[in-house]
Design a protein around this ligand. Structure first.
Ligand SMILES: Cc1cc2nc3c(=O)[nH]c(=O)nc-3n(C[C@H](O)[C@H](O)[C@H](O)COP(=O)(O)OP(=O)(O)OC[C@H]3O[C@@H](n4cnc5c(N)ncnc54)[C@H](O)[C@@H]3O)c2cc1C
Length: 309
């Protein structure tokens, strides 16, 4: 049976540590403790970024579905492969083929030992932080990993830095997994996006803009004011944190131009849907640039076209 696993022990840690803005740090002893903590405290979402695919037919898949312990466990079938992630695997291990254990033990030695209640020794690392990176006018996106078997459930992991309002649009794409920096934890000086000029409201579409600046002196004046307010709010934020205002409240004054960072693990069918919707001229320019960067990195296969709605 062909078995594929995307990810590593470090991938779980990266997706967990992005909350603290420490996803690039590696300290194997602390990392192992963190994996144990995540498992014991049901901080489960970082485990969703480990993708498992194995050869199997529809009959096997349907048998699994009919025995799932909860409707929250997700197992998919596409083109001769059954797809799931490590969180689902942990929740429905008994239903999945035993052969998976050998591959998971090898690919995720620390995590596997912890699941089995043993002291972890080995630890698997990511080869690199990102395989390919693209800048956009408001941030950047990096391809972390891909598992491509030519099916609609092929999986991709990206790391994205973008303004809050772009992240809000992005996270409406529910089919996939996310882990993001938490400003309940971090108090580092945030970065802000400032557009090169302030685009005009479109007349034809209530949501959209046109590639044309608002007239002067307003464009320069508003940009100057935005800069001034951002600086002022940053100072207020700093002062509040210094006086021990909880970060979870102090962050309330940080404007939407602030940048955030998140990991996104997404199946091809959802990625194609994202590309269709977000490269469309009706989508906001800033997210459109990200969708175009994704298109350059991994292409478009049209798998979303099989859906009516
Ligand atoms: C130009 C534009 C403007 C928008 N404006 C707004 C707005 O004003 N307000 C707003 O709230 N949102 C807005 N959205 C977001 C939009 O409504 C979708 O939430 C977003 O595009 C994600 O699309 P999706 O649901 O297809 O993707 P996903 O959530 O990733 O879902 C992928 C696919 O899975 C299936 N699916 C997922 N969940 C369900 C479910 N619960 N039931 C049935 N099928 C499901 C569907 O087939 C779906 O296409 C806008 C999006 C665009 C592109």
């Amino acid at each position: 049976m062909k078995i594929h696993v995307m990810g590593s022990d470090q991938r779980i840690v990266r997706c967990a540590r992005v909350s603290f803005d420490k996803d690039q740090q590696v300290d194997q002893e602390r990392d192992k403790k963190l994996i144990k903590y995540l498992l014991e405290h049901k901080h489960a979402s970082p485990f969703e970024h480990i993708i498992i695919a194995f050869e199997g037919d529809k009959k096997l898949w349907l048998e699994m579905l009919s025995n799932l312990p909860s409707p929250a466990v997700q197992v998919y079938y596409s083109a001769g492969f059954i797809w799931t992630n490590l969180r689902n695997y942990i929740n429905a291990k008994e239903l999945l083929p035993e052969e998976l254990e050998t591959v998971l033990r090898e690919k995720l030695p620390a995590t596997w030992a912890i699941i089995e209640g043993l002291e972890p020794k080995a630890y698997s690392l990511d080869q690199e932080y990102v395989k390919e990176k693209h800048e956009t006018s408001s941030g950047w996106i990096g391809l972390v990993d891909a598992l491509e078997l030519g099916t609609d459930m092929d999986y991709y992991t990206f790391v994205v830095e973008c303004p809050l309002f772009v992240a809000r649009q992005w996270h409406r794409h529910r089919f996939g997994s996310y882990n993001e920096v938490s400003r309940r934890y971090v108090s580092y000086e945030p970065d802000f996006y400032l557009p090169a000029y302030l685009r005009r409201q479109a007349k034809s579409n209530k949501q959209a803009s046109v590639e044309e600046p608002v007239e002067e002196p307003w464009n320069s004046l508003f940009l100057k004011k935005i800069r001034w307010y951002i600086e002022d709010l940053q100072q207020l934020y700093r002062a509040m944190v210094e006086k021990e205002v909880a970060k979870e409240l102090a962050r309330g004054v940080l404007p939407q131009f602030m940048k955030t960072r998140f990991y996104w693990t997404v199946p091809r069918v959802s990625l194609d849907n994202f590309i269709t919707l977000r490269t469309h001229e009706g989508a906001q320019k800033e997210i459109r640039e990200f969708a175009q960067a994704i298109l350059k990195m991994v292409g478009y296969r049209g798998s979303d076209k099989k859906l009516r709605l």
